[in-house]
Write a protein that binds this ligand. Structure first.
Ligand SMILES: [Zn+2]
Length: 234
């Protein structure tokens, strides 16, 4: 696995840099999420932006190619009251009807271009969204003709922490890119939190520790599929 800073973002690669990198690494990351209100201190795209920045850090540490963050791939299936509150009222955007089939099409093409293992990283992780990523993984991984192995990843299941705009999510962004936070506007009444989860206690140090754990975890997951796929030859 390669170390060091290099261009890891697929959309920024120029010319044959893209196909050369695909041949070299043969594994990649697809960060996904939705647009969703995250209190007064985090941005609407937090989940996908976080997932993308983390995937870039992982790729810089262990190799691989990071596909652009997909902001229209979050589902929630909200009931009427919540739909009115969060979608109509606060501007959340979900793609309940099309996210799964759209992601399957994207992944089929990513497989066609030569990616053998893909970390499907959802930064948005209500149970229904996690299930969707596991279902997508099953679809590809149980098909003997599939060209790609899918490794679903979310922080809730892998790190055992979760929380919407709480100390956990806020710490990530304080570490990853403080410019995407507005801590002076923090309003705890806009966050579903208690004393143990309040974003007031978020720090960049906590975020850095979480990201270090994620790098370790994804490295382990890739090593497990590496034997089957002869993925990492360098
Ligand atoms: Zn979030």
């Amino acid at each position: 696995m390669n170390k060091g800073s290099r261009q890891v973002q697929y959309e920024l690669m120029i010319g044959k840099e893209a196909s050369t990198n695909i041949k070299k690494y043969r594994f990649g990351f697809l960060p996904i999420g939705c647009l969703e209100y995250h209190g007064e201190h985090l941005n609407m795209g937090h989940d996908s932006i976080k997932a993308h920045l983390i995937c870039c850090q992982v790729a810089n540490a262990i190799g691989g190619i990071v596909f652009p963050p997909h902001f229209y791939s979050g589902i929630h299936f909200l009931e009427d009251d919540d739909y009115n509150k969060y979608v109509v009222g606060l501007g959340n955007l979900y793609t309940d009807r099309s996210a799964e089939s759209h992601l399957v099409e994207i992944i089929e093409q990513i497989a066609q271009i030569g990616i053998k293992a893909l970390i499907l990283y959802t930064g948005h992780y209500p149970p229904i969204q996690r299930k969707m990523t596991y279902d997508i993984a099953d679809k590809f991984n149980s098909d003997p003709n599939s060209l790609v192995r899918i490794i679903p990843f979310n922080e809730a299941d892998q790190l055992g922490h979760f929380g919407h705009a709480t100390v956990f999510e806020t710490s990530f962004m304080l570490y990853l890119d403080r410019a995407h936070t507005r801590m002076t506007h923090l309003d705890e009444s806009t966050v579903n939190c208690d004393e143990s989860t309040t974003p007031r206690n978020a720090t960049g140090e906590k975020g850095a520790a979480y990201v270090a754990q994620i790098i370790t975890r994804i490295r382990e997951m890739l090593i497990r599929v590496e034997a089957d796929l002869e993925l990492i030859s360098h």
